[in-house]
Design a protein around this ligand. Structure first.
Ligand code: NIG
Ligand code: FE
Length: 371
């Protein structure tokens, strides 16, 4: 973690120019005394689905009364998203990005996936890329109603039209490899087609059942495989011996009453673990990484240090970025100021808003008004 007590950070031209003990700090043009509050790297959210319209709070309530979550609920959001204008989609995404920023996230990856037609995914990826440098084409999330019984034709359309048209606006290609969504072979076809168009793969895998997602991600050298709840020993081994990051998203397991992933097992085996909030209307309608840190510590058996690392440096690894996720010289000056003496308070004070300031590229993004 590299925690420094009584520290100072010097920022110049949006980057970290110096970091160390305050007594040794070089002179600066201006300075701010943070009164011993903790300064952390901004959270790096490597998994969100912000391109959508509509509300699924009733689904959530039904689940809390015993209805089981299934991938099919995505279709309701597809209907709502297709009916929305690009402006409505962008306003909704920007509102949620603002929530993310206020709770400490300075980088947010954004997936499409609620259009699932060539036209609607193109709109989605254009909106996503206008809001974030980390735009992901989730071309195969769930087959839309008009293709429900024609998966082959849907995958063909994704390969022939959706990927070629959307790739110029995206960095990543993602797929939901899961029972009720897409099979291993279908997922491989989609990811490979994306790679041929210059996109880097990431995978939704092993969320609801044991399955092929992890092995497929490792086979293709994916940047990350996300959810990773149901893992065989071979899956854990494969992750430990690969560069694919295992991303845990406990907000989704919380809101679906799913099992939680065993992050302890992954870390002990040597896998790199990232932690995200997975904001989406279906399974995890939260933008709060601090909430997910508390869940990760309490229920995924991560130490507070591991959870904070996973939400910062881990997220950066999942996005293959070296300029964010840590407060090292040369990194972007993306940081948060906590209303607390150290980072342990993020899990120690669950549900309490401790974020008093957020900075990105050396500029203030959010400052809590003092009373
Ligand atoms: O990350 N797993 C698939 N996709 C989303 C949920 C989608 C939905 O239910 O709307 C997730 O959990
Ligand atoms: Fe997801």
């Amino acid at each position: 973690m590299g925690v420094i007590d009584n520290a100072a950070v010097v920022v110049e031209d949006g980057r970290i120019a110096w970091v160390g003990e305050a007594a040794q700090a070089p002179d600066a043009d201006s300075s701010t005394d943070l009164d011993h509050r903790a300064v952390l790297p901004g959270f790096v959210e490597s998994h969100s689905h912000l391109i959508f319209a509509g509300d699924r709070s009733h689904d959530f309530a039904a689940r809390m009364e015993g209805t089981k979550y299934s991938a099919g609920g995505i279709r309701y959001t597809i209907e709502q998203t297709r009916a929305a204008s690009p402006e409505q989609l962008e306003n909704n995404a920007r509102k949620l990005l603002d929530e993310y920023a206020r709770s400490g996230s300075t980088t947010v990856e954004i997936k499409t996936g609620y259009g699932q037609s060539a036209e609607s995914e193109l709109t989605g990826i254009q909106v996503a890329s206008s809001c974030s440098d980390e735009a992901t084409l989730l071309a195969a999330h769930v087959a839309p109603p008009e293709y429900a019984d024609k998966h082959d034709e849907y995958v063909q359309m994704v390969v022939d039209r959706m990927i070629p048209e959307c790739a110029p606006h995206a960095k990543w290609i993602d797929v939901f490899c899961e029972k009720g969504a897409f099979t291993e072979d279908e997922s491989r076809t989609v990811l490979k087609a994306g790679m041929e168009h210059g996109l880097i793969p990431r995978v939704h895998g092993n969320q609801l059942t044991y399955g092929a997602g992890v092995q497929l991600a490792v086979e293709l050298g994916a940047a990350s495989v996300d959810h990773v709840v149901y893992l065989s020993d071979a899956d854990v081994d494969a992750l430990a011996n690969s560069s694919t990051v295992a991303t845990v998203l406990p907000g989704a397991d919380f809101s679906t009453r799913n099992d939680y992933p065993n992050a302890r097992r992954l870390i002990d085996a040597g896998a790199t673990v990232a932690l995200g909030a997975d904001c989406n209307p279906g399974t995890s309608f939260t933008t709060s990484i601090p909430f997910c840190i508390a869940l990760a510590v309490r229920d995924l058996h991560m130490s507070p240090d591991e959870a904070v690392w996973a939400a910062t440096a881990g997220g950066a690894a999942a996005l293959q970025r070296t300029d964010i996720g840590s407060l090292t010289v040369g990194a972007r000056a993306n940081f948060i100021v906590l209303d607390a003496p150290n980072h342990l308070h993020l899990a120690y004070r669950p549900g309490v808003d401790l974020i008093s300031g957020v900075w990105r590229d050396g500029a203030s993004l959010y400052e809590r008004r003092s009373a």
